[in-house]
Design a protein around this ligand. Structure first.
Ligand code: DGT
Ligand code: MG
Length: 385
């Protein structure tokens, strides 16, 4: 079909949560460059600019075929002047000079390497960059004062920057299931994050845990962590009461039991078979060029470090938490923006507040939540905005 037959559905859908965005799409040759610019804007803490590039990229991901010419874009939402300029250059020349010079720039590469350390945010990385540091190795050589998290991040830098495969996620899934079932029979565990959306690889593995009996999940996290530690499965863990104040979720505060929402950032010690190790030799040559030598290589022994996030939610908030932890990050952001701007509601991973009715809306499933929000249900595999 001609482009004009393709676009009408999307024209009026300017929020990513109104659209279906599959994992595999036809415009990576445009979205990857736009996402480099988004990432670079994040490195300079220019959030508005970063979101603009991410929204542009996201619209292109939802298109049913590859873009060939600029006039195919004229009715699409979210494409700003700057993004259009980049797209035009790529369509005409095959690459964008701005994107390529960004990719090559010392600052971009250093920020990427430094923020690639677990526990290091943009602010810290930027300060280090201005002090002349360029890589995790520089942190070691100059004896930077590091938090415990950052020390673990530097120590396991290579492993944590090697993509986690679905197979590894499944092995970790089994372990987490065993741990949770051992300390709280009847608990429910779901894989969230990118793997729930169908991704083949991820930067971490995310789990959400609850129990049908409200309150049974209280103080569950320390028990899970102790079980895992006893088995020697954790290289690092930090458990936080996931208080409302810490999250950037906005004013959707549920009436009670906020303090039961716990989160554990961890690094698992994942045993590997010979086959897995060989697979990762391939995976790491793929990543060649990244800083090496920050990690004590476990030559001979066969394990690797994997980032795992565990979240415990009360049953009454499970649907909200499931929706909130499935992502993608842009999809989540757009859901909250839709709720606020279009519905006068406030959505978080804990609750949905309707300002007009001045009350919290309950939901037992993601489907009910989409319905409350006046949105067509989008399954996880199509939330890859
Ligand atoms: P990746 O990079 O392969 O792990 O990709 P994702 O999509 O799994 O990204 P991840 O693991 O950073 O986060 C999974 C989802 O969880 C993300 O879409 C939004 C949500 N999320 C992450 N951090 C927070 C947080 O601090 N608070 C809340 N409420 N949600 C979060
Ligand atoms: Mg993840």
């Amino acid at each position: 079909p001609k482009p004009c037959e393709v676009t009408p559905a999307i024209i009026t859908k300017s929020y990513a949560c109104q659209r279906r965005t599959p994992l595999k799409h036809h415009n990576s040759f445009l979205t990857e460059p736009l996402e480099i610019l988004a990432e670079n804007a994040e490195f300079s803490e220019n959030e508005g600019r970063s979101i603009a590039f991410r929204r542009s990229a996201s619209v292109l991901k939802a298109l049913p075929r590859a873009v060939r010419a600029m006039d195919e874009l004229k009715d699409l939402p979210c494409l700003g002047e700057h993004s259009l300029r980049v797209i035009k250059e790529i369509l005409e020349d095959g690459t964008s000079s701005e994107v390529e010079s960004t990719r090559q720039s010392e600052q971009f590469q250093a920020m990427k390497a430094l923020t690639g350390v677990f526990g290091v945010g943009v602010r810290t990385a930027d300060r280090w960059f201005r002090e002349g540091l360029r890589s995790p190795l520089d942190l070691v050589h100059t004896g930077q004062k590091l938090s415990h998290t950052q020390q673990a991040g530097v120590q396991h830098y290579n492993d944590l920057n090697t993509p986690v495969t679905k197979k590894e996620a499944m092995v970790i899934s089994d372990i987490v299931e065993r741990a949770v079932k051992a300390v709280l029979p009847g608990a429910i565990i779901i894989l969230t994050g990118g793997f729930r959306r169908g991704k083949e690889v991820g930067h971490d593995v995310d789990f959400l845990i609850t129990h049908p009996e409200e309150g049974a999940e209280e103080r569950l996290m320390p028990k899970i962590v102790n079980w895992l530690e006893d088995q020697g499965l954790l290289l690092y863990q930090k458990t936080t009461r996931n208080s409302y104040l810490e999250s950037k979720d906005g004013p959707a505060r549920p009436p009670s039991n906020m303090d039961r929402f716990e989160r554990c950032f961890s690094i698992f010690r994942l045993e590997q078979t010979k086959v897995d190790c060989d697979e990762h030799v391939d995976a790491s040559s793929y990543n060649s060029g990244r800083t090496d030598g920050t990690e004590e290589r476990h030559s001979g022994s066969s394990w690797r470090a994997v980032r795992v996030d565990l979240v415990v939610s009360p049953y009454s908030q499970f649907a909200f938490a499931t929706l909130g932890w499935t992502g993608s990050k842009l999809f989540e952001r757009e859901l909250r923006r839709w709720a606020g701007q279009e519905k006068g509601m406030s959505l978080s991973s804990h609750a949905l507040y309707d300002s007009k009715q001045q009350r919290y809306l309950q939901a037992n499933s993601e489907e009910e939540l989409f319905a409350h929000l006046g949105l067509e249900y989008i399954p996880p595999s199509e939330r890859n905005a």
